[in-house]
Design a protein around this ligand. Structure first.
Ligand SMILES: NC(=O)c1ccc[n+]([C@@H]2O[C@H](COP(=O)([O-])OP(=O)(O)OC[C@H]3O[C@@H](n4cnc5c(N)ncnc54)[C@H](O)[C@@H]3O)[C@@H](O)[C@H]2O)c1
Length: 265
């Protein structure tokens, strides 16, 4: 049988949580927003940083896509609820949620500061919980199931140390599987992407030497540098009809880095 090459995303409505990026940089959320819109979805870009969310929307609109921006702190229950209300008010449906928010950490369990541990857990997990909590009923009301994609990291399964980040990203995998089990019968697919060391503002905004950039690139079995669009393409695929039989899974997007013995910096 000839398969339909259409992703099936035309007129679907997506929320990308953390869809801004620093300056002109292309983070995973910005790239995913752009590619979802190119595939035909209407995209609500939410970010703590209003200007960065608006920059993403401008890029989409300049390309003929449909998007709008909201600034919100998605660790807040009230603000998450408001974001979902806004998307329903504007487009009267919700099909896709890309939970992309995350911050890094950089030390061992002995040296980690307790306040920073709490901050990483709060930012890397709470928005996923809250945005899913309010999005799932909206998806069910929209009448055609839905898709949730949670962004974890290969640090969950192949840590470089970095205690709180690795622990939070491991929890993202368990949260994904739990949500997939609970909401499969609602027609909601929940999957998880584990990016490798991709070159995004999150990792270079505080300065990254060319030496470290090359180490990260060379950690790939392919000696290829990943970027936000590699993650965005995986988001589009998992959001699409092409992935209609896939739920509760983890998709590693790392150029084979997690199979490599090489350091990634
Ligand atoms: N870049 C990498 O190498 C890499 C590797 C593995 C996993 N990841 C994961 O990919 C995801 C995105 O990474 P990125 O590199 O695109 O980062 P990014 O910093 O460009 O994007 C994250 C966005 O989330 C926003 N944000 C932070 N806290 C928020 C809050 N409370 N409410 C609303 N928005 C908030 C930030 O303003 C930022 O725009 C993260 O979950 C990260 O852990 C990245």
């Amino acid at each position: 049988m000839k398969d339909n090459l259409d992703f099936g995303l035309k007129d679907k409505v997506a929320i990308v949580a953390g869809g801004g990026s620093n300056g002109d940089g292309i983070g995973n959320g910005r790239a995913s927003s752009i590619l979802l819109a190119e595939a035909g979805a209407k995209v609500l870009v939410v970010d703590l940083n209003k200007k960065s969310a608006q920059n993403t929307v401008d890029l989409i609109k300049n390309n003929g896509g449909d998007a709008f921006a909201i600034d919100a702190d998605l660790t807040s229950s009230v603000q998450c609820k408001n974001v979902v209300n806004e998307v329903m008010k504007k487009w009267n449906r919700l099909d896709i949620l890309d939970n992309n928010i995350g911050i890094a950490s950089n030390t061992s369990v002995v040296n980690e500061n307790e306040r920073y541990w709490d901050k990483v857990m709060n930012i890397n997990l709470k928005p996923m919980f809250l945005m899913s909590k309010y999005s799932i009923p909206a998806m069910i009301n929209s009448g055609n199931g839905g898709v949730i994609i949670n962004i974890s990291s290969i640090s969950a399964t192949r840590p470089k140390g970095y205690t709180s980040y690795s622990a939070s990203k491991g929890a993202v995998i368990s949260l994904t599987k739990a949500m997939a089990v609970d909401h499969g019968t609602d027609g909601i697919r929940v999957n998880c992407i584990l990016p490798g060391p991709v070159y995004t503002p999150m990792v270079y905004q505080d300065g990254m030497s060319e030496k470290l950039r090359k180490i990260r690139k060379d950690a790939s079995l392919l000696n290829v540098e990943g970027d936000g669009f590699d993650i965005g393409k995986a988001v589009v695929y998992l959001s699409s009809n092409w992935a209609k039989y896939i739920t509760g899974q983890t998709l590693v997007v790392d150029g084979g880095c997690s199979l490599s013995y090489k350091s990634r910096g």
